[in-house]
Design a binder for this molecule. Sequence first.
Ligand code: PGA
Length: 222
Amino acid sequence: MKKLYIIANWKSNNTSVDAAAWLSHITAQSAAVDIHEKSIIVCPPFHLLSQINASLQENNSAISVGAQDVSPFSQGAYTGEINAQQLKEVAQYTIIGHSERRKYFQETDDLLTQKVLKALEHDLIPIFCVQDETTFVPDGVKIVAYEPITAIGTGTPDTPENAQKVIEAIKMKYPQVESVLYGGSVSSDNVALFTKIPCIDGVLVGGASLDAQKFIQIIFNS
Ligand code: PGA
């Protein structure tokens, strides 16, 4: 049986109070999830990484932590940047190349390749986002998230048929990629339509991951 990734991308949402409430729901209810079948990863904003990582460890939770971005540089004079070595203290994964980073922060393929290199140098696993099968995937990436722009935050997901087509194409083009997830308006009602397709290895969830109850339902329905 394939292992599914169910990933929460909080984007620029939530305070430490919100995070504590979310965690108390999730850690209690996700204990019933078979960790051999589902890998759950929460990607909060930088300022919550440490709090969430500590809380998950205290509760012996199987949930992992991911960042939403990583510096393309190592340690040094790069004001505002958080580098892979620092992130590795509090996270196991990092999202790289989300379409919001490409759109609002003009992140290019070259820059994203640098970020992947830095993540890999410090054993931080990249979750690399692409818009379709034509998006460049840097060497070393093993987890890709296919997130069509028209589906992100719109309430209109891609069709499972099209997601399957694109994901198969990505796997053909990049044989080193081990898992390709679908992202874009995933909800507890539609998640199974995607995860039941053999080539789809999980989901990246934005909006619906903010509500602990909805996210738990996504985990159970996947
Ligand atoms: P959404 O976001 O689930 O709110 O559409 C997904 C994402 O951008 O990762």
